[in-house]
Design a protein. Structure first.
Length: 261
């Protein structure tokens, strides 16, 4: 009851709010919507934006996500820094590819299992080290990322770190190198070799700018442009001569009645 009272005291999403924010007269026409930090606690008519593809609701006081169940076209959703613990309505957003729920109240992995049917989900964020946003599950289950990779085989990134697809192997290799250097570096009685001077990867003249070269097509275009320009100048000269002759002929007639119309 206390949550419902707090929710009623917050800002509600209304057609007027959506139209003022997007400039769209029809809610079905809204494709991208940014409602960050508006003090929203109730999503109201947001479910009527049935063609919505990108939605940012971060930094509000949202508890219930019910209206989002109608957003079948939703691809990217950011609900970070809210008060959400029940993600069940998102199970109907079958087109969802990226979901940011950092800074909410998800306390265990069981609350995430409702999203297993989202076959297109590739990017899931529960923790953001930059903004220090997290969820209780991140502290309760330190190995939650490995568990998420098992629960959602289609995920390519968890908390911004690649777990599969292009780049994941390189990322893992860099982590292994960092950890091995960390273990072998520092104190110890091992023999270390003096670092050798770094050698350039390419010749010294490699980065010097090369003289510009014109292709044969460009040369021919410049030639034709010059010829056309010369013709225009010649036509302009002839026109000036013709106008001058006409003016002299007209000025030689003293009697206005001699003009023929």
């Amino acid at each position: 009851e206390e949550e419902e009272e707090e929710e009623e005291d917050g800002v509600q999403v209304t057609p007027q709010l959506l139209k003022a924010t997007t400039g769209e007269f029809a809610l079905e026409s809204i494709l991208l919507l940014k409602l960050r930090g508006r003090g929203i606690s109730y999503l109201g008519c947001l479910g009527e934006c049935t063609n919505l593809e990108w939605l940012d609701l971060s930094g509000n006081s949202i508890v219930h996500l019910g209206p989002l169940a109608n957003l079948k076209s939703l691809s990217v959703l950011n609900i970070s820094r809210n008060r959400v613990s029940n993600l069940e309505p998102l199970s109907s957003c079958h087109n969802l590819q990226s979901l940011n729920i950092a800074g909410n109240l998800v306390s265990n992995l069981q609350q995430l299992r409702c999203l297993v049917g989202l076959r297109r989900l590739e990017n899931l964020r529960l923790c953001d080290p930059v903004t220090l946003l997290t969820n209780p599950v991140c502290a309760a289950a330190p190995s939650y990322r490995a568990a998420l990779a098992d629960i959602f085989p289609s995920l390519k990134a968890i908390d911004g770190e690649r777990v599969s697809g292009r780049g994941s192997e390189l990322y893992q290799l860099c982590r292994d190198l960092d950890s091995s250097l960390g273990r072998s570096g520092g104190g110890g009685g091992g023999i270390t070799e003096a670092p050798c001077d770094a050698q350039p990867w390419v010749d010294a003249a490699f980065w010097e700018p090369r003289p510009p070269r014109r292709s044969s097509i460009m040369e021919e275009a410049y030639k034709q442009f010059g010829e056309v320009l010369q013709e225009c100048r010649e036509l302009s000269r002839r026109a000036d001569d013709t106008i001058a002759q006409a003016e002299r002929a007209l000025s030689s007639r003293a009697d206005p009645s001699s003009y023929v119309f």
